[in-house]
Design a protein around this ligand. Structure first.
Ligand code: SF4
Length: 456
């Protein structure tokens, strides 16, 4: 039985890996969802993976069953592929975040939908398919078997930062209103056995790998056990955590001893009102600087997630945020426009204000709604402007000095430097320029002001 698993890509992302310089390799590492589905496929199946950022879909080749994973931004492309394959008589299954949180819509485009994680659901689906009894909807469960090893050899070589992405925890204890994680897992969480995770990390031939966990340290005792098990492996890795991990000196020390070289933390905003409006009041902007400094003292670089478009944001937020990021010593940023993705609490709250329902635009780079205190154009321009300014070569060079001065900096500076250069490449690749809307607004009255006669 031949199975094709597809990660669709839309617009400029399709074929990006083939575009030479700035091809986004640093940001391509996961494919965990499809690798997991491949690992869960029963004996007697032959699986092929296609990531549309890297490869084209196979032309007329026949497959018995096709699985497509979809985020909201890739859902239209997933539906297009499904339509073409189904027209050839090939059954299509949709899964992933968008089909899980928008099941009725996804069912209109597929023979079956897997809601939630593939664990438990995919093996049952394939058995039903073989028996000619395919159901329309399957629910995965975090309680089902998680494969111990993934068939990473299915991923093409040289196209990814690393094929060694893995996870220790699933789900998140927080409920940030813009985030899909908690809704996707139905509020459930799961911790993999420490020995399984350590054995998998030990099996990686390369020294560097990535934990894709949404919040690796959210369960303190588990995290400490895991970090103790990883320390003897002498690996190097990065992951995500909430910034309050910096308040726990034992945990931060254990992160460093276990080989962690950097953390992605969701700062989101420097405005307490904005944070509370997104149910993220556990972030404390007054403590950001000290928390980042504590991580730096342990040799960990900090990449921050920043979101613009909160109702409390006006046109001054872009310049103020840029200054604040420099002040607290953030090493890299991932900037997003507040995005009410369907299925999140934010979507329900903002439904009446959304003016762009094109799912392809639901990519955290488009202003889908009318902001409270600026125009959509200003939100877009200001966001682009911050990205471009942050990755100007002189700013990267200025941060380079700090990285070199950090503990272990001579050995570790390549990680933040590589990431910054990758973001610089993204700015170039996508022609991100933007403009500071506060400056533009202040220029308007000056231009419109009547010309005053010379003299006293
Ligand atoms: S944004 Fe981060 S902390 Fe908040 S719910 Fe999502 S994964 Fe958890």
């Amino acid at each position: 039985m031949k199975i094709l698993l597809v990660a669709p890509a839309s617009g400029p992302w399709r074929g990006l890996a083939r575009r030479g310089l700035f091809s986004g390799r640093t940001f391509r590492f996961s494919m965990l969802s499809l690798l997991t589905v491949a690992a869960l496929s029963p004996d007697g199946t032959e699986v092929r993976l296609v990531d549309e950022q890297v490869d084209d879909l196979p032309g007329d080749e026949h497959f018995d069953l096709v699985g497509i994973t979809a985020m909201t931004a890739t859902a239209p492309r997933a539906y297009e592929i499904a339509r073409r394959l189904r027209a050839r008589g090939i059954p299509v299954v949709l899964g992933g975040f968008h089909p899980t949180l928008n099941t009725a819509e996804a069912l209109e485009h597929a023979d079956a939908v897997v809601a939630g994680p593939a664990y438990g659901a995919w093996p049952a689906l394939v058995e039903d398919f073989r028996a000619g009894k395919l159901q329309r909807l399957y629910h995965g469960s975090l309680d089902a078997r998680i494969p111990r090893a993934l068939p990473r050899h299915l991923m093409p070589k040289g196209k990814y930062l690393t094929v060694n992405a893995t996870f220790a925890t699933l789900g998140c204890r927080h409920t940030c209103s813009f985030c899909s994680i908690t809704a996707f897992h139905g509020g459930a969480r799961r911790l993999r056995p420490v020995e399984d995770v350590a054995a998998e990390a030990a099996s990686f031939r390369e020294r560097f790998f990535i934990f894709v966990d949404d919040n690796l340290t959210q369960d303190r005792e588990y995290a400490l056990d895991l970090l103790r098990a990883l320390a003897p492996l002498h690996k190097r890795w990065v992951t995500q955590a909430s910034l309050d991990v910096a308040d726990d000196s034992e945990l931060v020390g254990a992160l460093r001893a276990a080989g962690c070289v950097g953390l992605f933390v969701g700062l989101e905003s420097f405005n307490r009102t904005a944070l509370c409006s997104q149910t993220k009041g556990f972030n404390d902007p007054d403590r950001y600087r000290a928390q980042v400094a504590r991580l730096h003292r342990q040799g960990l670089f900090v990449e921050a997630g920043v979101i613009f478009g909160h109702d409390s944001d006006d046109v001054a937020v872009f310049r103020e945020t840029l200054r604040a990021l420099d002040r607290i010593g953030i090493d890299a940023i991932q900037v997003s426009i507040l995005t009410p993705a369907p299925g999140t609490p934010l979507f329900e709250r903002m439904r009446g204000r959304i003016v762009d329902f094109d799912w392809e635009h639901c990519d955290y780079r488009h202003a889908l709604f009318v902001p409270a205190r600026m125009t959509r154009r200003e939100l877009q321009d200001g966001t682009d402007w911050v990205i471009r300014q942050y990755y100007r070569p002189w700013r990267i060079a200025r941060r380079l000095g700090r990285w070199l001065a950090m503990p272990g900096g001579l050995r570790r500076f390549v990680y933040p430097l590589g990431l910054s250069l990758a973001y610089f490449g993204r700015v170039k690749r996508f022609g991100i320029i933007g403009a500071d809307p506060a400056r533009r607004r202040s220029a308007v009255p000056a231009l419109a002001a009547p010309v005053r006669p010379l003299g006293p």
